[in-house]
Write a protein that binds this ligand. Structure first.
Ligand SMILES: Nc1ncnc2c1ncn2[C@@H]1O[C@H](COP(=O)(O)OP(=O)(O)OP(=O)(O)O)[C@@H](O)[C@H]1O
Ligand SMILES: [Mg+2]
Length: 297
């Protein structure tokens, strides 16, 4: 497996760059989008140096794996993932192999559709403050990382500047209309249930996850990425415990390195040592292997 990290595809792609996120780059192919998943890694909202070899392939490979499995229950944006098919659009297809997705352009719905099956992270913080998550009242006495009786839908408004804001379902309905809000909620809960069961068979707990949808000719299409460590919280079953901070399956080496350093999280972060980068690459490869082993989920 190639191990050289790709920190950007700019200069390799002969198409206009539409958007550069912390991890991904979107190029305009006219009718389609070219999504390149680089090896950049972020933590605490900073992009770190250096990039992590194979991370982009793992993220793109997982999205592609899940999009093809769920395609029958929910149409998605994938056209193909073959860098060779890009022809003259790319200078060195080998460097992009495994890390691209050509996708149908959709009119994005500006809502992050979050489903939580467990109470942790931002959901846990909300619950501690007022016993509710996005306006959903939960029973008293829940413990951090506890499994919820029913998965809950906790949307966030997509915000291009700054952070996404948690909103109650009613606010989502005001923004996009009740019928669309209900359809997105039902689709999200259904997809979560699919992902949860599939992960469970591989010894992984899908604690929560985020979906994005768009419209193409009034049809609701699943876009962006699907069940990747960047959009989902995966816990290895063997690490599951209540009341603690559970190791993240992907970025734990980076997080523990940064927490152990004297970095103040308000200035450019320190460079990651080689050993931390290598350990992180191994983490990503492991998640990929665990989730995709045996083909169908
Ligand atoms: N098929 C599609 N049609 C239209 N927009 C899409 C499609 N697929 C993904 N997108 C959008 O492309 C963008 C991808 O950006 P990306 O997630 O890489 O960065 P970001 O969300 O802006 O920031 P961050 O780096 O913090 O994640 C998202 O805004 C997503 O909604
Ligand atoms: Mg994003």
């Amino acid at each position: 497996m190639p191990t050289e990290a790709l920190s950007t595809a700019e200069g390799l792609v002969r198409a206009p760059l539409l958007h550069k996120g912390k991890v991904r780059e979107l190029y305009d192919l006219g009718e389609h989008l070219l999504i390149v998943v680089t090896d950049r890694i972020s933590a605490f909202d900073y992009v770190l140096d250096p990039a992590v070899p194979d991370k982009g392939r793992v993220l793109n490979g997982l999205s592609s794996f899940w999009f093809s499995l769920t395609g029958e229950i929910q149409p998605n944006h994938v056209v193909h993932t073959d860098a060779e098919k890009l022809g003259d659009l790319v200078a060195e297809p080998g460097k992009l192999a495994g890390r691209i997705m050509v996708a149908k352009k959709a009119k994005r719905i500006d809502i992050e559709c979050v489903v939580r099956g467990y109470i942790t992270g931002g959901g846990w913080r909300q619950y501690q403050q007022g016993g509710e998550v996005n306006g959903i009242r939960l029973p008293d006495g829940l413990r951090k990382n506890g499994k919820l009786e029913q998965p809950i839908f906790t949307p966030a408004g997509k915000n291009d500047i700054g952070h996404d804001e948690d909103i109650p379902f009613g606010e989502m309905a005001r923004r996009v209309g009740l019928p669309l809000a209900e359809a997105l909620r039902d689709k999200s809960l259904h997809l979560y249930e699919y992902g949860r069961r599939a992960c469970e068979r591989k010894g992984i707990i899908l604690a929560d996850c985020k979906f994005e949808f768009g419209l193409i000719d009034d049809e609701i299409i699943l876009i962006d990425e699907l069940f990747t460590p960047d959009s989902s919280r995966f816990w290895a079953r063997e690490n599951y415990a209540l009341d603690v901070e559970i190791d993240s399956m992907d970025k734990e080496p980076v997080r523990s390195y940064l927490s152990g350093s004297d970095w103040d999280k308000n200035s450019p972060p320190p460079r990651l040592p080689d050993a931390v980068v290598q350990a992180t690459t191994e983490r990503y490869r492991d998640i990929y292997r665990r989730l995709t082993e045996g083909g169908e989920a």
